[in-house]
Design a binder for this molecule. Structure first.
Ligand SMILES: [Zn+2]
Length: 109
């Protein structure tokens, strides 16, 4: 389960942040790309083993740039063609493998 090592790495980042900024961590939000092979539930479970705070996950939409019309397309799954101009095989993927901390919610102590 590679989510465990990912959770450990992200938790280290959170701990470092906390040492610099103080406060009690209430929750952490992690954003996940849809093509990175990270399962949100497995990641939450992994966090429950390494970190004392709950983790929320946000699945990011996929973004593509169309080579036909130059528009940016946001979608939840791989599109077959551009929804604006209908071009096939013109969509260049811009993201999909993110794994990053979006927000750390803290409470003053
Ligand atoms: Zn297009």
């Amino acid at each position: 389960m590679h989510e465990l090592s990912l959770a450990e790495a992200l938790h280290k980042t959170v701990e470092t942040w906390q040492q610099e900024n103080g406060g009690k961590i209430v929750s952490v939000t992690v954003e996940i790309g849809r093509l990175g092979g990270v399962d949100p539930d497995s990641l939450k479970y992994a966090f429950s083993m390494v970190a004392p705070y709950p983790v929320k996950t946000v699945l990011l939409p996929l973004r593509f740039l169309c080579g036909g019309c130059g528009k940016e397309v946001e979608t939840e799954r791989l599109p077959e063609k551009c929804p604006y101009c209908g071009a096939v095989d013109q969509l260049r993927r811009l993201n999909g493998r993110e794994l990053a901390i979006r927000e750390i919610e803290v409470e003053d102590v």
